[in-house]
Design a protein around this ligand. Structure first.
Ligand code: CS2
Length: 495
């Protein structure tokens, strides 16, 4: 094997024969977008769309300046800087075909914890027209059961009291908007790219709640000037592995320390509501619609919830990845019936989309054997995902007298998983959740009180008082604690 060549701007011409590379003059690109949360998903989705746009038209005002707020983002910042912010997108098809592409739309990166004013100044710069976010569900800092902003969070309290030295995304955005207002500049758009229903409305709500606490007058300006478009985002993007890095080195002699792998499918449906202009992402496949609600509900309740169903049941069973789950008939059938019996009845029709086709396509996407999407990623932060992805469906079915068994077994499995932290073979599970300790403590009381887990109010709200639900749940939880072989309980729901 020849020595791999480092990916950077100077070396780009050396790769041109081997993979698609940016065709535009990156030195002319200005950062019109500041993006907080540069992870795999941002790089396979928004940065990819923007890179395509720059290749296909003159969109040099819409480059991206990445921002990390925490010290944990230092490593990625260093890698990106070393590579002139270039990275490789490895698109893996189910039939084994691979398309590689160097993405060039990110042109800078700043670390908020090192130099907060550099980040604030960049956001407040006249070139910046959009600040976009992938900060995960938990990043919005709301109580999942009440939907209200949590002002008691210590970092939020710090930011309310120290407007010049923010730590949280809310503090940074507010400080930058304040500077813009003082300078007579138009507000930027705050564009959420997270998997939250009405992500724009949610971003607006938490931003206004924060600003109200810090500066009521500014909050009013934000309320009228800042647009927060809702959007549905979709592309399955597993965590980058050492194998991805080795693949580029051995196949393309390219050394990229932080590539990103994803599936071929991509979707972005956005409400066309921007404060200060936007890129014409529609010319590279994004869809602008007046109301994104039916698209996002469909996606969150089928795809994300479907992932959680496989993630939690599969973790207890001992499966490593999503594709391994759907390769087993029991899991594939369970998933399809959950979608057909429990989710489909609570969905509204979506213009231009045949639900059966959408579900078929999802199962095919989940089955892509080259996207080895680890269940640990899927189960990450379940406490902030399940209330919207899965528990909302249970609630609606309870209200309509619909089926709840498929989803309830997942909640019971989640309790066992949180309590024991091992799969049915006794092997340790890798659980990452901001509420891990609280969930564990509640779940561990199940033997004494079968409903103990449901008393975690920020997750379950008042569900513990619903007799229909607790009846089904109690039967399931007792069965799982007697015999953790989850496949048998899935069979029992199926037949
Ligand atoms: C996954 C998502 O972690 C999860 O909850 O369901 O990351 C999923 O892969 C993306 O939303 C796909 O668009």
């Amino acid at each position: 094997m020849k020595e791999a060549i480092a990916l950077n701007q100077k070396n780009l011409p050396l790769f041109a024969e081997k993979l698609a590379c940016p065709q535009y003059d990156r030195s002319r690109v200005k950062a019109g977008i500041v993006h907080i949360g540069v992870g795999g998903f941002h790089r396979s989705h928004q940065a990819y769309y923007t890179d395509r746009l720059m290749n296909e038209s003159d969109a040099s005002d819409w480059g991206i300046c990445g921002v990390g707020l925490r010290d944990a983002d230092r490593k990625i910042g260093d890698i990106l800087e070393k590579q002139d912010y270039l990275y490789t997108l490895i698109v893996k098809h189910p039939d084994g075909r691979i398309e590689n592409r160097v993405i060039g739309s990110i042109v800078d990166f700043l670390l908020g914890c090192d130099d907060p004013s550099a980040v604030i100044d960049r956001m407040a710069h006249a070139d910046t027209k959009i600040v976009s976010l992938t900060i995960t569900e938990g990043g919005y800092n709301f109580n999942a059961a009440t939907g209200e902003f949590d002002c008691m969070n210590p970092a939020v309290k710090h930011d309310i009291a120290n407007p010049g030295h923010p730590q949280t995304v809310f503090g940074f955005l507010t400080a930058a908007l304040k500077q813009r207002r003082a300078a007579g500049l138009p507000a930027f758009t705050i564009q959420s790219c997270d998997n939250i229903q009405h992500n724009g409305n949610m971003a607006r709500k938490v931003m206004l709640a924060f600003a109200q606490e810090q500066d009521a007058d500014l909050a009013e300006w934000i309320a009228t000037e800042v647009k927060f478009p809702n959007a549905m985002v979709d592309r399955i993007t597993p965590v980058t592995t050492a194998d991805d890095i080795r693949y580029l080195e051995s196949e393309l002699e390219l050394k990229d320390e932080w590539p990103v792998t994803c599936e071929p499918f991509i979707q972005w449906v956005i409400e066309d509501s921007f404060s200060n202009g936007r890129p014409s992402w529609e010319s590279v496949g994004a869809q602008f619609v007046p109301d994104v609600t039916p698209y996002e509900t469909m996606k969150i309740r089928l795809l994300n919830a479907g992932h959680s169903v496989l993630g939690l049941l599969g973790s207890l069973h001992g499966h490593p990845t999503i594709d391994v789950c759907v390769a087993e008939t029991l899991f594939a059938t369970y998933l399809r019936r959950f979608m057909d019996f429990e989710v489909t009845p609570v969905l509204e029709p979506v213009e231009g989309i045949e639900l059966d086709d959408y579900k078929d396509c999802l199962i095919e996407r989940f089955g892509n054997p080259n996207i080895k999407d680890n269940l640990a990623r899927i189960c990450l932060e379940s406490s902030s995902k399940l209330p919207k992805f899965l528990i909302a469906t249970i609630r609606e079915n309870l209200a309509n007298g619909g089926s709840i068994e498929y989803a309830t077994l997942v909640i019971a499995a989640w309790c066992y998983y949180s309590d024991k932290g091992v799969n049915q073979h006794g092997e340790q599970l890798d659980i990452v959740d901001a509420m891990k300790a609280e969930l564990h403590q509640a779940a561990a009381a199940t033997a004494r009180d079968p409903l103990a887990f449901l008393k975690v109010e920020p997750v379950f709200g008042d569900l513990v008082y619903n007799k229909t639900f607790t009846h089904t749940y109690t039967t399931m939880i007792q069965a799982i604690y007697e015999n953790p072989k989850i496949g048998q309980h899935m069979q029992a729901v199926l037949f």
